[in-house]
Design a protein around this ligand. Structure first.
Ligand SMILES: [Zn+2]
Length: 112
């Protein structure tokens, strides 16, 4: 078999190692998270929940923050915050922005 690599305590072949790294699929869902007293949550099933009221840079920060939790499960909260702010600033400073969904609000003449 190919080169053996270590991921945490398990040993994998090179192919299995990268397969394992690529397997993290993150699903993003939006909802109001008032009861959880958080702007975002990361579920171990690979779903991140983002408060639907968040906008702009804060929404990006929280999305990245929750993804970092899923990708680096062993990191503590301070490390997650630090990494997510660095990533958020780098992405934001390159002028990446979210495209707002078209609102279904009619003009005064009844057209969209
Ligand atoms: Zn966190």
């Amino acid at each position: 078999m190919g080169t053996t690599l270590k991921l945490k305590t398990k040993e994998y072949t090179k192919e299995k190692f990268y397969d394992n790294l690529l397997r993290v699929k993150i699903k993003v869902k939006y909802k109001k998270l008032g009861k959880e007293r958080a702007w975002g949550l990361a579920d171990s099933d690979g779903t991140v929940y983002i408060d639907s009221r968040l906008k702009g840079k804060k929404a990006l920060e929280i999305l990245i923050h929750e993804c970092v939790h899923l990708l680096w499960k062993e990191e503590n909260e301070e490390e997650v915050i630090s990494k997510s702010i660095s990533l958020c600033n780098a992405i934001w400073n390159q002028r990446y922005r979210r495209i707002e969904e078209d609102k279904e609000q009619l003009l005064q003449d009844g057209t969209l």
